[in-house]
Design a protein around this ligand. Structure first.
Ligand SMILES: C[S@@+](CC[C@H](N)C(=O)[O-])C[C@H]1O[C@@H](n2cnc3c(N)ncnc32)[C@H](O)[C@@H]1O
Length: 338
């Protein structure tokens, strides 16, 4: 059946599989967030022959599977920087044959990935940002503060610095800044100091060590307000994977790749990402005419229009059934001219 993969060997993308959808759901239990709404938002643009969508955050392929089932002529280009995710999604989506193309890349390489698959533009792009349940569930990846594991946190384990490297090499001021900026952590200075003091005697290797140091540095009254490691772990993950700078390049690149009538849908799970998405969409959906110009010239007209006003949330039923849907903010826009 041969799904093409431009990723590394052994992603599992070329494994044959004839599972029926029900069996698939048992094997891949994590529910894609707001899937029905995403299908609905893409319906005007993905129905019919020759349509192509990029799933820029393939993960375990749940959203891609839903789109491939709903739009029987659709081709999906699935991107992920995590080779474990590509292997699992490759197996899950094998039954769709060459309607699925998998690419091992950071998503700011979206334009190259589309060109590499032989397309000039696409009819849709989906981003379901952040870390996957797979990454959180696999203790050895070091993303979860609740499980003791080596401090890795790289989404792509084939390259780059780990969380342990960051904790060993950043000075106190840099640590404080990333905890403040990426974790919005009020105790950033206190935690940075505690980390620097502790590493002078013993380097950090395991997440349990870090959790203990953060716990000991947290005033008792604050310990009752949630897990002290939550925001520091988020900040380290964002730093290790350069998540915000990559997203800042990826959203404009994705918008540039969309054909007239095509749509972008983005699901964010924390405010730093959502603000960035909101800003990029605002830039494309408002007129670029200089203030005071009496008539708007055609070249100043916006290139996109919002399909969803503001940010949409998951409904109460989904939030009750799937905790991952609680923080989601969904934004969507459609290209109206080149
Ligand atoms: C929330 S999960 C996606 C889940 C997916 N929608 C599903 O239904 O299974 C996010 C995925 O995006 C990937 N990812 C995050 N940042 C990325 C980046 N900058 N480039 C490529 N992939 C990225 C992660 O490795 C993870 O597998």
């Amino acid at each position: 059946m041969g799904i093409r993969t431009r990723g590394p060997e052994g992603t599992g993308a070329d494994m044959a599989d004839d599972n029926e959808p029900n069996q698939q759901r048992e094997r891949f239990p994590h529910t894609p967030v707001m899937l029905e709404r995403i299908v609905e938002l893409f319906t005007p643009t993905l129905e019919g022959p020759g349509k192509v969508v990029v799933d820029a955050t393939l993960g375990m392929g749940g959203h891609s599977e839903g789109l491939l089932e709903r739009f029987p002529e659709l081709t999906v280009i699935g991107l992920d920087r995590d080779t474990d995710a590509l292997a699992i999604a490759g197996e899950r989506l094998a039954r769709f044959g060459d309607r699925v193309r998998l690419v091992h890349t950071v998503y700011d390489g979206i334009a190259e990935a589309i060109a590499g698959e032989g397309f000039d533009e696409v009819d849709g792009v989906l981003f379901d940002l952040g870390v996957s349940s797979l990454q959180l569930d696999r203790a050895e990846r070091g993303f979860a503060y609740s499980q003791d594991a080596p401090l890795d946190m790289r989404m792509d384990r084939t390259e780059g610095q780990t969380a342990a490297d960051v904790l060993a090499t950043y000075d106190e001021g840099e640590l404080r800044r990333i905890f403040q900026r990426y974790g919005e952590e009020k105790l950033a200075g206190r935690y940075a100091r505690a980390i620097v003091e502790r590493r002078a005697t013993k380097p950090f290797e395991m997440s349990g060590d870090l959790v203990q140091v953060l716990h000991d540095a947290t005033p008792v009254a604050v310990q009752r307000q949630g897990h002290p490691a939550k925001r520091v772990f988020q900040a380290l993950r964002i730093e290790v994977n350069a998540e915000l700078s990559v997203l800042e390049r990826a959203i404009p690149a994705a918008l540039d790749a969309i054909a007239v009538g095509g749509r972008i849908v983005v699901e964010s799970y924390q405010s730093l990402e959502d603000r960035m998405v909101k800003r990029e969409l605002a830039a494309r959906t408002t007129s670029s005419a200089p203030a005071g110009l009496p008539v708007e010239l055609p070249e100043h007209r916006p290139t996109f229009q919002l399909v969803v006003k503001g940010a949409e949330l998951a409904d109460d039923a989904e939030r009750a059934a799937n905790p991952r849907a609680i923080p989601v903010r969904l934004r969507a826009a459609e290209r109206i001219r080149k």
